[in-house]
Design a protein around this ligand. Structure first.
Ligand SMILES: [Zn+2]
Length: 242
């Protein structure tokens, strides 16, 4: 995870005649903040700029369709495609880059729960960074709390997962990003995450391998140290998977 620093949020010193993407990029560069496909850059995007990015992407997308020699004026099916794709990128499938992390309330572990908690399967919807092809899968999270852990509402796991996945991703990196956030929020004794996903860039193009499923896991703390706990998590998970 990259650290967040406060960006200069004054439109005036930001070169108003530049494309909005260039203004945001220069803030990122000035702050030396990484802006890879799976990074969240919301701290550098001012109010209204997601809409402006949508307009910018729409016009570039129209150029892509033109370069693909598609008659977007004559073809009623593609007349609105540039607008739809820009909206889909900015406000749906890649929104986890441009919006801040969902608010999460953490509660102290007053009851001192120390039983294995499993959340899942959570639906994971993402796209690969390499081809921007969909990745669809499931995520299971195992939490082993201790008396110092925080508890967060069950629905928040799904919301945080969606926020991480709604970016162009690399599955191995996505699972680590998710683990780092949960480690930070929940501070569990042990944390386990398993993601199993279908990669459509394998189905749709390339080798057209129908069995393009990939599984990744992260095990931390007591899940690493205690093979019985790890086994318990994995066996419960395979039962749930049915
Ligand atoms: Zn791919």
């Amino acid at each position: 995870m990259t650290t967040r620093s406060t960006p200069p949020l004054h439109a005036a010193d930001d070169g108003g005649d530049l494309p909005v993407s260039a203004r945001i990029r220069s803030r990122l560069i000035n702050a030396r903040h990484r802006y890879h496909a799976n990074d969240n850059i919301s701290a550098f995007v001012m109010d209204g700029e997601v809409d402006a990015l949508r307009t910018e992407v729409e016009s570039k997308m129209a150029e892509v369709l033109k370069s693909l020699v598609i008659d977007t004026e004559g073809d009623h099916n593609t007349q609105e495609t540039a607008r739809r794709v820009a909206k889909m990128f900015l406000t749906e499938v890649f929104k986890g880059r441009y919006t801040a992390m969902p608010a999460v309330t953490e509660f102290p572990n007053i009851e001192q729960l120390n039983e294995l908690l499993i959340v899942g399967p959570i639906t994971a919807r993402s796209a690969c960074s390499h081809h921007l092809c969909p990745i669809l899968g499931k995520v299971w999270i195992g939490i082993m709390p201790n008396e110092h852990s925080n508890l967060i509402g069950l629905s928040k796991y799904a919301r945080i997962c969606d926020w991480v996945m709604s970016r162009p991703q690399i599955q191995e990196e996505a699972v680590i990003q998710l683990a780092n956030i949960l480690q930070d929020k929940v501070k569990p004794d042990g944390l386990a995450i398993v993601i199993e996903a279908d990669h459509f860039c394998m189905h749709w193009r390339g080798v057209k391998d129908a069995d393009a499923r990939m599984t990744n896991s992260v095990m931390r703390g007591s899940f690493l140290k205690d093979p019985d706990l790890r086994r318990e998590f994995l066996s419960l998970l395979s039962k749930k998977n049915g």
